[in-house]
Structures are given as C-alpha cells and as structure tokens.
Design a binder for this molecule. Structure first.
Ligand SMILES: [Zn+2]
Length: 340
C-alpha cells in the first residue's frame, strides 16, 4: 500500500510541476529511429540477396528462425506471459524464451509490461500503440518514440508479480544482452557461413537484417492488427459490437474484451493459426496445461444474463466460463469443434 501511495504522489507531483502537455509528451528515440532505418535498408537488401545469390539451405534456415521468432512473440509473450491463457512446463518456457530472444525485440518482461498497458488503456492516449491517426502509427511511428513520463508511471503500476515469479523470464531479463548476441546475432549468422558454405555477407544480410525486418513488422502487428481487423471505433454503438463476440468473428472486439482465450490468434484468426495448433500439440504432450478458452455458448448465456439483469457483460460471461470449466473434459483441446 505504501508504494502505491508513493507512486501516486510521484505521479501527481510530476504532473503539477511539468504541466499536462509536457507530462504526456513523447519524444523521438533517435537510436530507435536509426535502428529502424538501417534494418529497413539492409533487410531490404537481404530480400534481393534471397532471390539472387543465397543458398537454399540459408533460405530455409532463415525462414525457420524467423518463424520461431514470431512464435516467441505470439505464443510466448502474448498468449502465455501477457495473458496467461495456459501454463507451460519449464522446458517449453525455456524454448519459448529462446524463440522470443530470436525476435530481437527486447525482453519478455518489457514486452509483457507494454502489452498489458496497451490492453489497460486500449484506444486511449495512454496506450503506447494507439493513435487517432492510423494503422501506420501503431505499426511504425508509435514504436519510434520514448514513453511519456505519464506512460513511465503507468508502466510501473502494471501488475507484473506473476511474471516476476517466472525464473525463466527473469533469467532472460538479467542476461539479455549476452543472450541477444549469442542467439539473435551469432547463431543465425554463423550457422549458414560455417556449416552451409554461405558467403559471410549473405549470412549477415539474411540471417540478421532480413530476419529482423520480418519479425519486427510481424511483432508490431500484435499491437496494430486491430486497425485492420477491427470495426471503426465510431462505426457502431458499443452494444451492437457485443453481438460479434458470439461468433468471435470480430477478433479485436473479442480479444480486447476477453483476452484470456488461448485460441485467440494475433492476426484476426480464431483457433486456426499456427500458434493455436502449437499450443494444442504441446497440450497433447502434457507440456501445456490449464488452457483457458470460452465457448460461444458461455458468451451467449453471459450476454443474455447481462441484458436481463443489467449487469456488466464481462463479469457475466466469466461466471459462465467458470461453471463450464468445471465440467469441461481435460482433453478438450483435442476436440476441435467442441468449443468453437
Ligand atoms: Zn493481447
């Protein structure tokens, strides 16, 4: 409680002395701007190399590492650590941590913290990836700014206690620079050069820059995809949007209302993507447990109850989900149609 009070005081003091505009102002992060520019230019050249002089083994190896990096972001950071949609045993968490390191996008800890802030302030000015402007802001510009002082304060207030108990995440946080150099730079570049007989320049352009370019853009989509697959904020009254969550067809409306569903894909899909398949596969191996999902039936009943008794929608749906979870067979993940 004391720390909360203290944080509150710091918050108010800073706001008073700096003024509201200054407090919320985000300045460009020039190292990040230079990072993006050089990744786009050299990664772009990596595309040229791929279609001209690269060996097939290098192309396949780079494609594999790129896919693993993306899974580290989607299944790892997003569905496991940020939203806790399932639990994973230690070997799988180590694997996902290594995959996430291959994404080169900062520590799991920092990404989870930012994503939770994104959800808590979705489509408000405090959301680091929101803009009144466009998809391009969330995908690109928004990532080139430092956090405002207000966002720094809000980030500190994000509850990270569950993540702090995960020794794999904290290990990565502690040794991130070393892990980054070994896993995201040396391994992807050295392997084609040393073992496939690839030219060093090709290994660098593809193994590092092209891969970084792809993973960077796909990773940023996690926070910007709602601009593509969402209905426009002012398009319909909020009540009629809730109709869409019955079929989960409007992915952002569903995910931002009920993020705790392991089948909720990052790019507009539901239950059909690689991430969902991977989680099911590891559940069959008993490496993954406690899978949280929400049936359309529970959504329907929850919505009916919310309307009949004039109660909050999410609260009603969660009650039905809880009832449903107690009767759900343990191997429900094997039965694809049952909970669509
Ligand atoms: Zn999310």
């Amino acid at each position: 409680m004391a720390s909360h009070t203290m944080a509150g005081q710091v918050n108010t003091d800073s706001k008073d002395t700096l003024g509201d505009a200054e407090y919320k102002k985000r300045e460009a992060s020039w190292p990040l701007v230079l990072w993006y520019i050089h990744v786009y230019i050299l990664g772009g050249y990596g595309i040229y190399v791929t279609f001209t002089t690269a060996l097939w083994s290098t192309i396949l190896f780079t494609a594999l590492l790129t896919s693993l990096g993306i899974l580290g972001v989607t299944v790892g950071v997003h569905r496991l650590w940020a939203h806790r949609t399932f639990t994973a045993n230690t070997p799988l968490r180590v694997f996902l941590m290594l995959c996430q390191t291959l994404s080169g996008q900062g520590t799991i800890y920092s990404r989870v913290q930012a994503h939770r802030l994104h959800h808590a302030h979705f489509q408000q000015d405090e959301d680091p990836y929101y803009s009144k402007h466009s998809f391009l802001y969330a995908q690109l510009h928004g990532n080139l700014f430092k956090y405002s002082q207000q966002q720094e304060q809000l980030l500190k207030a994000v509850d990270m206690s569950d993540v702090e108990k995960d020794e794999i995440v904290m290990f990565q946080k502690r040794y991130y620079v070393l892990l980054y150099i070994l896993i995201n730079v040396l391994m992807p570049v050295n392997t084609p050069f040393q073992y496939f007989g690839e030219a060093l320049s090709n290994s660098l352009f593809m193994g590092f820059w092209l891969r970084s370019l792809i993973v960077l853009n796909v990773g940023n989509l996690v926070n910007s995809a709602h601009f593509i697959w969402s209905i426009h904020k002012g398009f319909k009254p909020t009540d009629s949007n809730s109709i869409f969550i019955i079929t989960k067809s409007f992915w952002p409306q569903y995910h931002y209302l009920l993020p705790n569903d392991y089948l909720s894909g990052e790019f507009g899909d539901y239950a059909s993507g690689t991430g969902s398949t991977m989680i099911r596969l590891f559940a069959a191996l008993d490496w993954v447990r406690d899978l949280h999902t929400i049936s359309s039936e529970a959504v329907r009943r929850g919505l009916t109850e919310a309307v009949e008794h004039n109660r909050p929608i999410v609260e009603c749906i969660k009650e039905h989900v809880q009832r449903e979870e107690s009767t759900r067979p343990t191997n429900h993940f094997l039965n694809r149609d049952k909970f669509m």
